[in-house]
Write a protein that binds this ligand. Structure first.
Ligand code: AQP
Length: 342
């Protein structure tokens, strides 16, 4: 069966972008793939995390998978640091991957910012660890948002180079699974920045655990514009938003795209529904659907986070199953590389 690996970092403030761009898709993949869904705590520490908070945030991500509907009996849910294969293979890949390849990674440049000398070395080699996450299980498919495409390319390059360097046919070259429109949700305050856990403004994102009042307040305050909602003439023949239209009204189209994604509709249908209306009306409808979709999930997440022993047992059992899957792969890797293991 085709095998998927994917993960979310436990860096707190899980938001609508994480849900629409990743977690919701996990639930949809369960029937057709064998899935390994990881809480990537080792990636999280590439930037400073408060240790106590990291523990809570790890449970928060696991709870979000469960509350969204991932079945832990059928699929694997675990946190990365419980399975040593990630660190072991990550090291081997640090020695296979090239500095020139890492220098091209745009996410490092974005996250490290101007003060690159002060960024952790972990942040720099993060894509090698991501390759290890995927290849330790010989995953064949990886669901990726726009922002992770480049890292998956690097994973593919590492798999090919490892196979060539050691003259083996050990790793499959994993394929991306790219989901349709609205996979990139932007900040509610600034339509040129993606919605992000680390944005200092709470009003930039709707979190998965926001209550109805908070969701309503955030949508009310969300940046929009005074113009009316346009018709389908802002779309190309494939129903895709024209670049010029997005550039002119990034916040407006972000809100419309969120509404489309939450309703599982095309943007063209949403424009048909609201053409000629102002944002005040539209925001009421957006609030209704956001509260309806996120409310029950947020309550379930809170319930699960109070039941720590259940979440921890899911993570432990998942880690045991994941370690069993990775063990024979790591044996092949150590043999290929020439690590003596009497
Ligand atoms: N704004 C977004 N729109 C759509 N998808 C998004 N994802 C993140 N932000 C958006 C997707 O969520 C998954 C998990 O992301 P991650 O936690 O591993 O790291 P990230 O992409 O760095 O997420 P954030 O929220 O932006 O966190 P910080 O602020 O800590 O960097 C990925 O599949 C990602 O595509």
């Amino acid at each position: 069966m085709k095998r998927i690996f994917s993960g979310v970092q436990p860096t707190g403030n899980l938001h609508l972008g994480n849900y629409l761009g990743a977690i919701r898709n996990f639930v949809r993949l369960q029937d057709d793939y064998e899935c390994i869904f990881c809480v990537v705590d080792m990636h999280a520490i590439t930037v400073w995390q408060d240790p106590k908070q990291l523990v809570d945030n790890t449970r928060e991500v696991a709870a979000s998978y469960l509350a969204a509907g991932v079945n832990p009996e059928k699929h694997i849910i675990f946190n990365q640091s419980q399975v040593s294969a990630h660190a072991e293979l990550g090291w081997v890949f640090n020695c296979v991957s090239r500095i020139g390849w890492l220098n091209r990674m745009t996410q490092f440049k974005d996250k490290a910012g101007k003060n690159r000398e002060k960024a952790s070395t972990g942040l720099y080699v993060y894509p090698n660890l991501m390759a290890a996450d995927i290849l330790a299980y010989k995953a064949t498919h990886v669901p990726v948002g726009e922002d992770q495409k480049q890292h998956l390319e690097l994973t593919r390059d590492i798999a090919i180079k490892f196979n060539n360097d050691f003259n083996v046919d050990l790793f499959p070259v994993p394929e991306p699974l790219i989901f349709g429109a609205a996979t990139r949700i932007m900040s509610l305050r600034d339509g040129s920045k993606k919605m992000s856990k680390s944005d200092p403004s709470d009003y930039s994102r709707i979190t998965m655990m926001d209550d109805a009042d908070t969701v309503a307040k955030k949508i009310k305050k969300a940046t929009s514009d005074p113009h009316l909602i346009p018709g389908a003439d802002v779309l190309d023949e494939n129903g895709k938003l024209l670049d010029d239209a997005r550039k002119e009204r990034p916040e407006a189209f972000n809100l419309l795209s969120i509404y489309a994604a939450l309703n599982d509709k095309e943007l063209s249908d949403v424009l048909g529904e609201f053409e000629g209306k102002g944002f005040a009306d539209f925001k009421k409808s957006l609030t209704d659907v956001a509260v309806t979709k996120l409310g029950p999930m947020g309550s379930e997440m809170k319930r699960l986070m109070d039941d720590k022993s259940y979440v921890d047992s899911v993570l432990k059992q998942g880690a045991d199953r994941a370690a069993k899957l990775a063990e024979p792969v790591m044996k092949e890797v150590f043999d290929a590389v020439g690590f003596l293991r009497p």
